[in-house]
Design a binder for this molecule. Structure first.
Ligand code: FAD
Length: 361
């Protein structure tokens, strides 16, 4: 044996959109619960990272949540928080397809075992698997850039991942850092809710707003860009972050109110604010880092599959340096539609490689 506590054909790590899609296709391919596959997730409940998103991220304001295969997201009330809706939907999904999701299980390491299996460790258990589908998303790895003086700041620093919603900033000056959709949403709602809260927006590059709504062409162009990065082994930018900013009615209003006048990136942080290279300063009570996320893949470090540039070189969903490992929801598939498709693609490849699984037709 392998010395592991459990032997299973496939371990899926993460029960977000990508992990549940993979689980669905494993089930359809005939893999049995337990000996065939298991899904390990460190969330407290169903919902992937959506369960942690701020309450004012309402269903009607997200880019769009693609259905998981085989069961529709029926909710149509755009005013409900996406976190609630998605948690309910994923919970219903896990039950409908009897998916073997174990939670909370925090995967600490994926490593080489003896023989043909990869070992997947939590703090208390080890699974030995013929293939691993990593679907751990990005939420667990918020990206905080460093600026000189950051540690001297006397106010509060938050990341999008900690954002509680727009209340609690009344009377404060909030500097929002970042050029993505989240930055714009957070600025807009803090400025609207917290009067007399005031805001400053800083971004590295001038933000680009699309007239009209988000189109499939924007999506495809963004995916193609990230695809090129990961096939070259570079770290992926997020698909959502490269799709640009859309002019919704809220954004139009904020723009008209002057909330979206952007300043270039500051040079350093002082105890009471931020300072630019030209000598100008801004007092701040809060710095809100809407600076995005990186792939949550630290637990894959023992496999030594990172390229010198920091990325994992991919061929489709497969890691080039370790063909038993698939990454879904990574890079070009880091959207709800991409994650769903990647789950299917990974399972198709795994079926073709695990030739000796007797119970499969
Ligand atoms: P996640 O939903 O992050 O799921 C990963 C799961 O893995 C989580 O349950 C996590 O707990 C678990 N996990 C992580 N590490 C471990 C570990 N070591 N051990 C065990 N479990 C682990 N995309 C869209 O298509 N449309 C949108 O409208 C949209 N809006 C977004 C809004 C925000 C604010 C953000 C940050 C992203 C948004 N995205 C959107 C992108 C979104 O992240 C993806 O579309 C998709 O939901 C990600 O699914 P996933 O399964 O890859 O990851």
């Amino acid at each position: 044996g392998t010395g592991a506590d459990h032997e299973t054909d496939v371990v899926v790590i993460g029960a977000g959109q990508a992990g549940l899609s993979a689980a669905h296709f494993l089930r359809r391919a005939g893999f049995a619960n337990g000996s065939g596959f298991v899904v390990l997730d460190h969330g407290k409940r169903a919902g992937g990272a959506w369960q942690y998103r701020w309450p004012t991220l309402r269903l009607g304001r997200v880019h769009g949540i693609h259905d998981l295969p085989g069961l529709e997201l029926e909710e149509r009330d755009g005013e409900r928080p996406a976190s609630e809706v998605v948690s309910e939907y994923f919970d219903r999904y896990e039950r409908a397809f009897d998916l073997p999701v174990r939670r909370p299980v925090d995967v600490l390491a994926v490593r080489y075992g003896e023989g043909e299996r990869l070992l997947v460790d939590s703090a208390t258990e080890t699974w030995a698997a013929r293939a691993v589908i990593n679907a751990t998303g990005t939420w667990d790895r918020p990206f905080w850039p460093y600026y000189p003086g950051q540690e001297t700041f006397a106010g509060r620093q938050l990341h999008t991942a900690d954002y509680p919603g727009p209340t609690g900033f009344e009377g404060e000056h909030v500097v929002v850092v970042g050029g993505g959709t989240s930055a714009v949403q957070l600025l807009t709602e803090i400025a609207e809710a917290g009067r007399p809260a005031s805001t400053t927006w800083v971004t590295r590059r001038p933000p680009v707003f699309h007239e009209g709504s988000f189109t499939p062409e924007h999506g495809r162009a963004a995916v193609a860009r990230v695809e090129r990065a990961v096939s070259a082994g570079r770290p992926p930018g997020s698909v959502v972050s490269v799709t640009g900013l859309t002019l919704t009615p809220e954004v139009e209003r904020a723009r008209a109110a002057g909330v979206l006048e952007r300043r270039p990136m500051f040079e350093r942080i002082t105890p009471h604010g931020v300072a630019w290279a030209d000598g100008s300063t801004q007092r701040a009570d809060v710095i809100l880092w809407a600076t995005g996320f990186r792939a949550a893949v630290d637990h894959l470090a023992p496999l030594h599959i990172r390229e010198p540039g920091g990325g994992i070189r991919m061929d489709g969903t497969r890691a080039v340096a370790e063909p038993r490992l698939h990454l879904v929801g990574y890079g070009p598939s880091a959207s709800t539609i991409g994650a769903t498709r990647a789950g299917r693609a990974a399972v198709r490849e795994i079926r073709n490689t695990i030739v000796d699984v007797q119970e499969l037709v």
